[in-house]
Design a binder for this molecule. Sequence first.
Ligand SMILES: [Zn+2]
Length: 333
Amino acid sequence: MKFKTIAVCIALLMATLNFLAEGPVSAQAEKINVVATTTQAADAVRIIAGDKVNLTGLMGAGVDPHLYKPTEADIRAMNEADLVIYSGLHLEGQFDKVFEALGERSIRTYPLSDPVKNAGYVIETLDAKGASAHDPHFWFDPRNWAMAVEGVAEVLAETDPTNGDLYRANAKAYSADLDLLYQWSLEAMSGVPEDKRILITSHDAFQYFAAAFGWKVVAVQGISTAAEASVSDIQKVAKAIMDSGIPVIFVESSVPHRTIEAVIESARAQGGKVRTGIRDLYSDAMDAPDKYGGTYIGMFTHNVATIVRSFEVELPVYPETLAPKPAAELIAQ
Ligand SMILES: [Zn+2]
C-alpha cells in the first residue's frame, strides 16, 4: 500500500469512528418543538434559543391575549410540542381548558410569570367581579422580564440539555441588556415632573410599569379587556384628567380606540384640555417579529420614548450597546 492510500484509509477510519461516537447526523439535528402563546413569549424563546428549536408563536401582532381563542391549528401545534411557554396569571383567558388537556397528555406547559410570582413580585388587583386577582402584566418591569427569561432558559435546558449551556449564557447576556434598558427607562421617566407622573390609558396594563418608575396609573378598563368600559368608567377617568391636570392620554395598540375617544370627548365637554400621546403604546401585544416594536427591547423603548416625549420632556442618551437600534426620530432628545 502506498503512503497516500494509507493516509486516505486512516482518514476514512477516523470519519467512521467520529460518526459512531456522535451518532447519525439526523438525530443530532433534531430540534425540540416549542410553542409560545404571546408575542413576548415568542420573543423570549427566539432570544434564548435562536435556531436551536422549532418555534411556533400563536398570537400575531396587535392581538389581545385576554380574548384570543386558540384555533385548531394552535391546538395541533401544542399537541405536537415538547414545551408550551405561556405568560400566565390568567392573561391567556381562553386557554385554561387547552392547558388542562395538555397536562393530561403530559405535555409540559411553563408559565413565564412563575419566577416573578415565586419571588413575591406579583401585584394584587381586583378582577371584573371585584374579586382579588393577580395582575397578569408582569413583563412591563424589565427586572421581572429578566427573571422570566432566565426561567425560560432553565426550562429549555431541562427539555433540551444538549444546548443547556448556550441557553443559560444567552439568558445571562440578555439580562444585562434588560438591566441597561431599565436604567435608561428610569432616567427617562424620572425626567417628567413629579406632579405629572400619571399614566392615563385605556386598559389597566401598566401597573408594573408605573411601579417600576414611581408613576401612577389611571385606566378606563380593568386588568382584562374582556369587559367593555361603562359610561361611569369613562366619566371617572375624564374627571381624574380634569382633577390632575394631566394633559396626555394614551391609546394602546391592542385595544379599540373608541374608549379613549369617549374619554377625551367627555373631558373636553367639561372644558378639559387633553390630547392623545404622540404615538400608540404597545400594551399586551407587540408588533410583528421583524419590526422594531416586535422585540421586547424595541417595544419597551418605544413606550418609554413615546410617554416621555408626549409630556414634551427630553430623553437621556440611549445606551449604545442595546439592540435592536431604535430609529433616530424615536429617541430624539
Ligand atoms: Zn391586558
